[in-house]
Design a protein around this ligand. Structure first.
Ligand SMILES: [Fe+2]
Ligand SMILES: [Fe+2]
Length: 334
């Protein structure tokens, strides 16, 4: 952990970070190869790195990419051009593992990856008590109805589309608390960061499901329309009653847990092919190299259960007459 933190601190001061140590090397960062195979003399590590850069899905072991060079001349030229453009002294941070291979993802770094807590209770449910709770529950149930009709059992597509909505509340609530903190000259109790972490985590769910399901034009149009409506509706709800808004997200996450459980059932029944996990998912959740879609759905479902708990907890804090800033936020609680 100390090493991760020092690597993160280094990100602010150096353009290139070299990661060392078995923990970072064991992040499943080479798709299709276990950490041990990275050390095996039979396959040069630079060749494996090239394989990782070339694939978006975990490659099948034994495929032919192993003999390509680590970085092509064209890629080197492009990198050089980007460096030259850095007139202002802002160089892109490059993360290099201690075997010399490049960290592939710029949308997240090794210190953002984590192992999901899949032991979380999936059956927890908050029984609505107040009128606000009942309205929140009713709203989520009402939103589920058209979703069920539109997507039916196309869970890959359904997950991808719902993640475009699920990533909105954390960002809205985080922004509202951020601005309030500035206006009132007061601490946030860590809630700004916790809510933005949730939004980022939801967006990573979307980045993952994009790899297994491509949206069609009318689905993209639907996302634009829904985002426009939902963003403003949730902002209004959060300003009027943060307790109800967090409760609604809690119920939304309960539904997400249910949907991902159905997704798993269809994979187990053979109705959905259990394809290799996207490489981005293997790195983000530190999954084993041979992980499949089923493993991905399990860790995403665990994330949703954590979001459920955080949002019901935030609503409870409000209901008990406290402001969120008075109670330390569950930062890093995925
Ligand atoms: Fe999600
Ligand atoms: Fe969620």
């Amino acid at each position: 952990m100390t090493m991760l933190q020092s690597a993160r601190r280094a990100a602010g001061s150096a353009a290139t970070i070299t990661l060392s140590g078995s923990r970072l090397l064991s992040m499943g960062s080479v798709a299709g190869h276990s950490p041990m195979s990275m050390c095996a003399p039979a396959v040069p590590t630079h060749c494996i790195a090239r394989a990782r850069l070339a694939a978006t899905a975990a490659p099948v072991p034994g495929s032919s990419f192993d003999m390509e060079p680590a970085v092509s001349a064209k890629e080197k030229k492009t990198e050089h051009e980007k460096e030259t453009a850095s007139y202002w002294g802002v160089s892109p941070t490059r993360v290099v593992k201690d075997d010399g291979t490049k960290w592939k993802w710029s949308c997240f770094r090794p210190w953002d990856a984590y192992e999901a807590d899949v032991s979380i209770d999936l059956m927890k449910h908050h029984e609505p008590v107040t009128l606000g709770d009942k309205m929140a529950r009713w709203t989520v149930k009402a939103m589920r109805w058209p979703t069920d009709i539109f997507f039916q059992r196309r869970y890959g597509c359904r997950a991808m589309m719902l993640e475009t909505v699920a990533a909105v509340p954390g960002m809205v609530a985080g922004a509202v608390l951020h601005l309030r903190s500035l206006r009132r000259f007061e601490q946030s109790g860590g809630w700004i960061r916790a809510l933005l972490e949730e939004a980022e985590n939801e967006r990573m769910h979307l980045m993952t499901f994009m790899e297994v399901s491509q949206p069609r034009w009318h689905e993209r149009a639907l996302v634009v329309a829904v985002q426009g409506v939902f963003l403003h509706a949730y902002l209004a709800a959060y300003l009027l009653s943060p307790a109800t808004a967090h409760r609604m997200v809690g119920y939304l996450e309960e539904e997400a847990v249910h949907s991902y459980t159905e997704f798993l059932r269809d994979i187990d029944a053979g109705k959905i092919e259990d394809v290799p996990a996207p490489a981005i998912a293997i790195d983000y959740w530190r999954l084993p190299a041979g992980a499949t879609l089923r493993d991905v759905v399990k860790v995403v479902r665990a994330d949703e259960a954590h979001h459920r708990d955080v949002n019901h907890y935030a609503s409870d804090i409000h209901h008990q007459g406290h402001a969120l800033r008075e109670i330390a936020a569950p930062i890093g609680y995925h």
